[in-house]
Design a protein around this ligand. Structure first.
Ligand code: NDP
Ligand code: HSE
Length: 581
């Protein structure tokens, strides 16, 4: 997934996120950590993720070194001890790739990361920041192993226990990152142990000296000292949290933390997308209580009876939040509109419903004071709607916005038969339940209609958007284009006309290979957004498939959860006596 200006340097706002072994306990924790990174990328940040070894791995490596080598040479022990961080960095980059994020990892010697001192307790002294910046121009995330660096004399060293906090601060300082967020298993620095006192106050902000005193055991003292010297802003937060303790040159403030209640969720649909969303809900059982999941046919599903239902009433009962991944324009909208009107929040991936019933869904949300989110409806895992919301003066958007058709055109160019390529796209979970929606351009027209409303602020229903079907081009059209050095793409394009109207259509076009949209491979989507100041930005990433789409849906879910926690905090702040009762 990428966002960059078409010409010249990418616009970069870098944050450093640090994942210690309190949040990387086991292999299954990588997807949640990847979702945390996805959330920051979708907010427009480039991320440097500094990772620790999985919990217990460093101890196990040190134990192994001792068993094999006794009181061995510390420089050799360091070579063994650092392996856990390299391992985690590779796994994290893989987890991010599954979501469609462009992520790479660099070993210390590949980024000029140098330390001095004792082999098992060194201090970082140098980083070739230009190497990281160059990677961030072509990737959203650079994952780096904490705790280890290159040493001029010993070759490879480690930084001492808790060293990943220090690595993170060091990276932030050298990269001019606007903040470093240390992701812990607690949601900030508390004035007292919250496990012992449920009314313990949490610091909203702390200066460096007080932080060194009160965050012992939570943030490495060397890291706080380095942050003070380099003027780096630290946040201490938990996975998925909105709130954090800020450590900077600021006055200390503390308050009772806002505690949202568990949200009751109705998940409607458990197919290609819904099953991925369900897996994320299962990882966040402390925040959400799931009703039986609505499917057409619950028989024979794993997980026991009661987990799935075909009864709409049972699926919706008492829900605070509906997550809709069924598809179908009218049936879905008929469920969602009254729910929104009665104040139930909605997340949906359903572009057919959003495009056809856009005004009604928004009006119902407004009248019920409910939140409505549909990031996955356009771009799958590519946060195009969020990028548009950050831009003023958009005059044109064009894009490859249907993953299935892009996948089909790629296979057809390689000589596959249409029906075998389509069957494979269905197996991979890219195609709509009725794949003619993809093939005939209806799905792209739905997405374009949403883009016209969100980018150009013109209410254009999908029925008024012209479209061309893949069936209208000759069977060997994609292969012929390739033979002449071009590529066929299904492109949706909309632009503002001088009189205030819009032009929008979906067509199959032959593009030169150096065209910004030509590089979209397989199920990827790619968008070029032009603004009135003449600038063009291109975004790309996985536009279909379970994990990229589920990441986008779940990011909407977590945004709503955080907004509700914030609301409950505001309510609590205005009624402090009640809280303490
Ligand atoms: P699937 O066909 O794989 O899954 C649909 C699910 O919804 C199934 O579990 C199905 O039940 C259930 N369902 C469908 N209709 C009904 C109904 N009338 N009553 C009860 N349950 C119903 O679809 P996808 O997961 O691929 O897509 C879901 C939505 O996400 C669609 O709106 C799609 O456009 C959108 N989307 C899909 C993407 C993708 O890559 N696939 C990407 C972005 C958005 P059962 O299992 O019993 O059949
Ligand atoms: N069928 C759609 C596609 C799913 O292939 O693009 C993602 O919206």
């Amino acid at each position: 997934m990428g966002e960059r200006q078409a010409s010249g340097e990418a616009e970069k706002r870098i944050c450093v996120l640090k994942f210690g072994s309190s949040v990387l306990g086991v292999e299954e924790d990588f997807p949640s950590a990847a979702l945390e990174i996805y959330r920051h990328v979708r907010d427009g940040e480039k991320v440097v993720a500094v990772v620790s070894a999985l919990a217990g791995e460093t101890d196990s490596l040190l134990g192994q070194a001792e068993r094999v080598g006794g009181e061995g040479d510390p420089a050799l022990v360091a070579r063994v001890a650092r392996v856990g961080e390299l391992h985690s960095a590779g796994l994290m980059a893989l987890a991010l790739g599954r979501l469609g994020l462009r992520a790479c990892t660099l070993d210390p010697h590949e980024m000029g990361l140098v330390a001095e001192g004792e082999p098992l307790d060194s201090d970082l002294v140098a980083l070739d920041a230009a190497i990281i910046h160059a990677r961030l121009d072509s990737h959203e995330v650079v994952v780096v192993p904490g705790f280890t660096a290159v040493h001029r004399e010993h070759g490879v060293v480690t930084l001492g226990r808790g060293g990943t906090d220090l690595s993170a601060v060091f990276f932030a300082a050298r990269l001019d990152a606007h903040r470093v967020r240390l992701i812990k298993d607690v949601d900030g620095v508390y004035a007292e142990d919250p496990a012992k006192n449920p009314y313990a106050e949490r610091y909203l902000a702390l200066d460096y000296d007080l932080a060194a005193e009160v965050s012992t055991g939570l943030v490495q003292p060397k890291a706080i000292h380095a942050a003070k010297v380099e003027n780096v802003l630290i946040e201490v937060a938990s996975l998925g949290a909105g709130e954090a303790t800020t450590i900077a040159d600021v006055a200390a403030r503390k308050a009772l933390p806002a505690r949202g209640r568990k949200l009751r969720v109705a998940l409607l649909g458990c197919g290609a997308v819904g099953a991925g969303v369900l897996a994320h809900f299962n990882q966040w059982a402390d925040l959400f209580e799931l009703n039986p999941v609505l499917v057409r046919d619950p028989s024979g599903r794993a997980g026991g009876s009661g987990r799935f239902t075909a009864d709409v009433e049972a699926a919706l009962a008492g829900a605070d939040l509906i997550v809709e991944t069924m598809g179908g324009a009218d049936f879905a909208a008929d469920l969602l509109c009254p729910a929104l009107r009665s104040g139930v929040h909605v997340v949906t991936a359903n572009k057919a419903a959003v495009a056809k019933h856009y005004e009604a869904l928004h009006a119902c949300a407004k009248s019920g004071g409910a939140m409505l989110a549909y990031s996955a409806a356009v771009g799958g895992g590519v946060p195009i709607l969020e990028a548009l919301a950050r831009l003023d003066g958009v005059v044109e958007v064009e894009g490859v916005m249907n993953g299935t058709v892009n996948y089909l055109l790629g296979r057809l160019a390689e000589g596959w038969r249409f029906d075998e390529a389509l069957a494979r796209a269905q197996e991979l979970g890219f195609a709509e339940a009725d794949p003619s929606a993809d093939v005939d351009g209806d799905d792209a027209a739905d997405k374009l209609s949403i883009l016209v409303r969100e980018a150009l602020h013109v209410p254009l229903p999908p029925s008024r958007i012209g479209r061309q079907s893949l069936r209208d081009i000759p069977g060997d059209g994609a292969a012929q284009a390739l033979a002449r050095g071009e590529t066929l793409k299904q492109v949706g394009r909309c632009r503002l006309l001088p009189g205030g109207g819009v032009e929008a259509e979906v067509r199959i076009v032959s593009l030169p290979l150096d065209h910004p949209l030509a590089g979209a491979r397989n199920e990827e989507n790619r968008f070029t957004v032009r603004t009135a100041d003449g600038k063009a930005r291109t975004l790309c990433g996985k536009g279909a498939g379970r994990w990229p789409t589920a990441a986008s849906v779940f990011a909407d879910v977590m945004d709503i959860q955080r907004a509700l926690v914030l609301r409950s905090g505001d309510a609590q702040a205005s009624e402090p006596a009640l809280l303490r009762a």
